[in-house]
Design a protein around this ligand. Structure first.
Ligand SMILES: [Mg+2]
Length: 310
């Protein structure tokens, strides 16, 4: 993707602003212009603000340094590159501007060559920053989502579920924790091959997501094991939801390279009420796990609640 920079020129001297505007456009940079600090701040606060700011030091409304302070006060993921334009070029002024968050200075009246070089440094820095932000976003995704199914992975799931649980305890709502596991998954892999197994995992991930509401949780906790968390009034309704999902999977046609593969899942669930006073996610996971084990023992393709195991 081509990298493009949009610049804001803020200068109350209209002739000076026009000069810089013409030059920047000639150098292939998109430009917006403001003639006082308030107007400049409006551009800076936009949803998709300009990334290169050329701010005049002396301006009505807010001056360039005040604007710098306002920008730097926010902890931005992708902060703008700020060049202060001023006739004040004493060592103290330069130090003050940099200390307030400016990246660079250019002295007025402008020397075209120097301005061009400074702007180019800004563009290079912004390009580097954009690549860094992109890489960090990608890493964030990789750290939180399971690559195969696109669902939350175990680590991200535990974090979120912990928050869900604390909230449920505070608001006195009821939750159902469920783990589900594909029956005889090893046999499927052995008989149809691992690509078939992967295709089933992907299809199941999508199916499970469809079955729950947006604000419920679905994740893959590893191997052929998935996790579901949803709020529900009582255990009877929780059982209905899981039974419906179990039947949907049973009915679903899993096909790989022309072969139809029968797939079922076993479920283990723990129903959480505020009276439990247990706030540790691990406890409910282990309850759901025990119930899942019982479903496997009882013949698979079943839903079992922890209450029925004790
Ligand atoms: Mg001025």
């Amino acid at each position: 993707m081509a990298f493009s920079v949009r610049a804001l020129i803020a200068d109350d001297d209209k002739a000076s602003a026009k000069l810089v505007e013409v030059l920047l456009k000639k150098w292939g940079i998109e430009v917006v212009v403001a003639h006082d600090g308030l107007e400049a701040l409006e551009y800076i606060m936009q949803f998709d603000p300009p990334s290169l700011l050329l701010l005049d030091w002396e301006m009505p409304g807010y001056n360039g340094i005040e604007l710098c302070q306002k920008v730097r006060k926010n902890d931005m993921k992708n902060p703008p590159y700020i060049i202060i334009c001023t006739a004040r070029d004493s060592a103290e002024h330069i130090a003050e501007g940099l200390n307030q968050g400016a990246n660079d200075f250019v002295t007025k009246p402008f020397n075209t060559q120097v301005l061009k070089a400074r702007v180019e440094v800004g563009c290079r820095t912004l390009k580097l920053q954009a690549r860094l932000v992109e890489a960090m976003t990608r890493l964030d995704r990789l750290a939180s989502f399971d690559e195969l199914t696109g669902l939350l992975n175990r680590r991200a799931l535990f974090e979120r579920v912990h928050e869900d649980l604390s909230r449920a305890m505070r608001t006195e709502s009821r939750l159902c924790f469920a783990v589900c596991d594909i029956d005889w998954f090893k046999r499927i892999n052995d008989k149809y091959g691992h690509p078939a197994g992967d295709a089933i995992l992907r299809q199941l991930g999508a199916l499970l997501s469809q079955q729950l509401r947006l604000y419920d949780r679905v994740g893959r906790i590893g191997g052929e094991e998935f996790f579901l968390l949803f709020s529900v009034k009582d255990i009877v309704r929780a059982n209905k939801v899981l039974e419906r999902i179990r039947q949907e999977i049973e009915k679903c046609r899993f096909e790989f390279e022309g072969k139809v593969i029968p797939v079922t899942m076993s479920f283990g669930a723990a129903f959480v009420t505020p009276d439990d006073k247990v706030e540790r996610v691990e406890v409910y996971f282990s309850h759901a796990d025990k119930a899942l084990y019982r479903s496997k023992e009882r013949g698979r393709n079943l839903v079992t609640f922890f209450n029925d195991c004790v």
